[in-house]
Design a binder for this molecule. Structure first.
Ligand SMILES: [Zn+2]
Length: 335
């Protein structure tokens, strides 16, 4: 308990709160900028179980703001969830950490959420956020929402028992399309938003419910603005809050491709799994091949690169054209 002495001295947590944190389990969806800061705080705070999930591997452009990663992780193409788990375990070996390298979808969200007390949103896109929203409201557990772009950020704790949901706050069509990959982001706003996400989460886990406010907090730390918006009442036409219907969970389980906004990449999700050793033999004549325990990267031309993950996910880098990506996939990999 020496380790947590300063946190225990903090009145609203105390010994009892520390025990509650230790008995808690949290899922973090996304191990990028927000996710790494959230994971760092929760691990050091002594959460019992942490489940982290991310589909990407570490790249040099991540290091400016994704606090758990090193240049070596980027050189070795280490999946973010694995790289994060390795370093988090050196911060606190008492925390049980499970790392999942996978794309989060309607197919696996329920199993990822099993036995979790709370979910932290570390994603960078609204389709995954709606999936988190719908899954959490269906299972009746809260999620700590955060979003950052440029020098702006926003965060709120959505709790099915006490607040309306993300769909009541935002219109699904309302997104500006601005992402960190298209308009950039500075790292301090990441720390601020992620730290508030964790603070609200700790209030919930230690049952300090009076300290929680049903508000959306927003900041622009470059332009010196900040304001709070009261979360709206549950909307009468909200499918989740009013009709117990969960649109994000009704996605088909088939091969599909999607453009990764601002990254000049297309992601193809196949229900097949790949034997990376066989695929390496099959594809090595095409160009430079880099193989790690988790993925296979093949440069098939100066502009097009494939990245294959054994669980059936393929990234086609160098195009954002879905048809072109699918035709390259069918030609070289097939299904
Ligand atoms: Zn709602």
């Amino acid at each position: 308990m020496e380790r947590y002495s300063r946190q225990i001295l903090f009145g609203p947590i105390g010994n009892e709160g520390q025990e509650k944190i230790k008995k808690s389990s949290a899922l973090i969806v996304g191990m990028g900028a927000l996710g790494t800061v959230i994971a760092n705080h929760l691990t050091r705070a002594g959460i019992g179980h942490l489940r982290i999930v991310d589909r990407d591997f570490v790249e040099m452009s991540n290091l400016q703001r994704q606090m758990l990663f090193t240049e070596n992780d980027a050189k070795e193409l280490v999946p973010k969830a694995i790289a994060a788990k390795r370093v988090l375990e050196t911060y606190n070996s008492q925390v049980e950490i499970a790392a999942h390298v996978t794309h989060v979808s309607a197919n696996n969200m329920a199993s990822l959420m099993e036995d979790m007390d709370i979910v932290f949103d570390g994603t960078d896109n609204f389709s995954t956020r709606y999936l988190i929203n719908d899954s959490c409201y269906k299972k009746n557990i809260p999620f700590s929402y955060g979003g950052v772009v440029r020098s702006r950020g926003m965060t709120a704790l959505f709790n099915p028992n006490t607040t309306s949901c993300l769909r009541c706050l935002f219109n699904e069509q309302q997104s500006t399309g601005e992402t960190c990959d298209t308009v950039g982001v500075i790292s301090p706003i990441v720390d601020i938003v992620a730290s508030i996400q964790v603070t609200e989460g700790l209030k919930y886990l230690t049952e300090n419910m009076d300290a929680i406010r049903p508000i959306l907090r927003t900041f622009d730390i470059w332009n010196n603005d900040s304001y709070d918006i009261k979360l709206p009442k549950k909307k009468t036409d909200c499918p989740v809050c009013m009709h117990k219907s969960y649109p994000a969970l009704d996605q088909p389980n088939t091969t599909f491709e999607q453009s990764l906004c601002g990254r000049n990449s297309v992601q193809i999700l196949s229900p097949d799994t790949y034997d990376l050793t066989n695929m390496e033999k099959r594809l090595q004549h095409l160009g430079d091949v880099q193989r790690t325990p988790f993925l296979l990267k093949v440069n098939i031309s100066s502009s097009i690169t494939f990245v294959l993950f054994s669980n059936g996910r393929v990234l086609v880098q160098g195009t954002d054209d879905l048809v072109e990506a699918r035709s390259i996939f069918d030609r070289y990999i097939g299904s």
